[in-house]
Design a protein around this ligand. Structure first.
Ligand code: SAM
Length: 467
């Protein structure tokens, strides 16, 4: 066995040991990167002529060894908090090119915090797979994010991305593995804005499944071309083709749904306040849960649903009892018992149904969209069921949902959905929404938004039918 093989074997044994120690591995965020992904990243980030490549969380050095084969061992730099991993990375590099002095390799690959090391240095490329530690909300992760002026819940991997922008000159590239949620997570918004200010995401790699053994998280790699103009903050759009979401061009200046209606989400107070007043069947206001909502229909009373850990065949709220027990909640119920559209915040499409007579009460997290003019309920519903609106929202907010490829919209985002330009088609769409003729509605509302591509309506119908 030669030096190289011995070093490779050490790395494999170390990773196998880490894999066996589940908790330890999770705490370190140490899930190693498959070789195909390493090659994909280096093919894009390290062009011929590049000289200095950094992996700020290098582990046992998968990226470093592969990069050394392009730029030479003297051109690769790395850091990791794990001293044992660093020792293996050094050994692998030494085996790659024994002519490079060990002392030099030790300076290039350090036991150090990748979020603070390397200040003042510049690289042609920063690559790697930094730790994903957002879920743990560890003290150190939060402190690291705050030190960079980012929210405490920003995933550590996004903090690495933010930080790397300072380590690459114009013309260079940053390509770090990130959780898919970086595309749309609110906590990563500052990082996306910082990236857009420094360069452009040229390409995006998206994992087909959970890529790293043991880590149940979907990942992506935004390839940031530093210094290129045209930076964008809506990265979800780049990933949309991976999830079969058709591209649409939305009208501008036509106004937004919030002009027509108030969009409101309810909170825990309402949820817990309702619990003692909900019963199964009898008189009262039907309680609508997200599970009962379908595109264009509410299946209350047609199938059971769960509320507050119980199953109900037909849950109703005793509104008189609620008013008597709690004046504030009574006033809340009165405000909701008006003609409105109720929306489930997450689904394969936007699942919304019209409550024309104002008879239903929404259960958290159902969003209420209350038109200023009650006669507009069907027009509002037609907007929420319009295929281009849904395709655009699916792309913009991709990665926000628990299931990638599902559409997740908040009350604020619903209020920002654009209105159609073609009033006549919209009126026709409203009539079709009322008649629950989804196939016809899909075509007419696509036309209302000036979308001539039949694939968009087909995409929506296919998903709407499978909810
Ligand atoms: C997901 S592993 C990936 C390792 C390597 N990039 C690869 O793909 O083979 C992340 C590595 O980050 C290291 N790490 C965690 N926090 C760090 C920090 N603040 N600075 C540097 N490395 C860190 C862990 O020890 C682990 O080796």
């Amino acid at each position: 066995m030669d030096e190289r093989e011995r070093a490779e074997e050490l790395a494999a044994a170390y990773e196998a040991r880490l894999a066996a120690d589940r908790d330890g591995r999770r705490a370190k965020g140490a899930f190693y990167t498959p070789p195909e992904l390493v090659s994909w990243v280096l093919d894009r980030a390290v062009p011929p002529g590049a000289r200095r490549v950094l992996d700020p969380a290098c582990g046992t050095g998968h990226f470093l060894v592969a990069a050394a084969r392009i730029v030479g061992v003297a051109g690769v730099f790395g850091s990791d908090l794990d001293a044992e991993a660093v020792a293996i990375a050094r050994q692998r590099l030494a085996a790659e090119d024994p002519s490079v002095p060990v002392a030099q390799i030790e300076r290039q690959v350090r036991v150090a915090d990748g979020l603070t090391a390397w200040t003042g240095e510049t690289f042609d490329a920063v690559v790697g797979n930094p730790p994903f530690l957002g879920q743990l909300k560890r003290g150190t992760a939060a402190a690291g994010a705050r030190a960079h002026g980012l929210g405490a819940y920003t995933d550590t991997s996004a903090v690495f991305l933010h930080r790397s922008l300072d380590l690459v000159a114009d013309g260079g590239t940053v390509a770090l593995v990130q959780p898919l949620s970086v595309l749309a997570a609110r906590d990563a918004a500052k990082v996306r804005t910082a990236v857009a200010g420094r360069g452009r995401v040229g390409e995006l790699w998206v994992s087909e499944g959970a890529e790293f053994a043991g880590a149940a998280v979907r990942t992506c790699v935004p390839v940031v071309r530093v210094g290129e103009p045209g930076g964008q903050t809506e990265w979800g759009r780049l990933a949309a083709p991976h999830f079969g979401i058709p591209e649409v061009e939305m009208p501008r200046g036509t106004g937004v749904l919030g002009d027509l209606a108030a969009c409101t989400a309810d909170f825990r107070d309402q949820y817990y306040g309702l619990v003692p007043h909900v019963r199964d069947g009898g008189d009262g206001a039907p309680l609508v849960t997200t599970g009962l909502l379908e595109p264009g229909a509410c299946e209350w009373g047609m199938r059971p649903t769960r509320f507050a850990r119980r199953s109900y065949a037909a849950p109703v709220v005793d509104v008189a009892g609620l008013r008597a027990a709690d004046a504030r909640l009574g006033a809340w119920a009165d405000a909701r018992l008006v003609p409105k559209v109720v929306v489930a915040g997450q689904g394969r499409v936007i699942e919304a149904a019209a409550d024309e007579h104002g008879a239903w009460l929404p259960s958290v997290p159902v969003v209420s969209v209350v038109p200023h003019d009650p006669a507009d309920v069907w027009r509002v519903l037609a907007v929420l069921l319009a295929p281009p609106v849904v395709a655009d929202a699916a792309a913009r907010y991709l990665g926000a949902g628990l299931v990638p490829g599902s559409v997740k919209v908040s009350a604020r985002q619903i209020a920002a959905l654009p209105l159609p330009a073609d009033e006549t088609a919209w009126r026709e769409g409203a009539a079709l929404a009322r008649a629950a003729l989804l196939e016809e509605l899909a075509g007419v509302m696509s036309a209302a938004y000036g979308c001539a591509d039949p694939a968009v309506a087909r995409w929506w119908l296919d998903r709407a039918r499978r909810t």
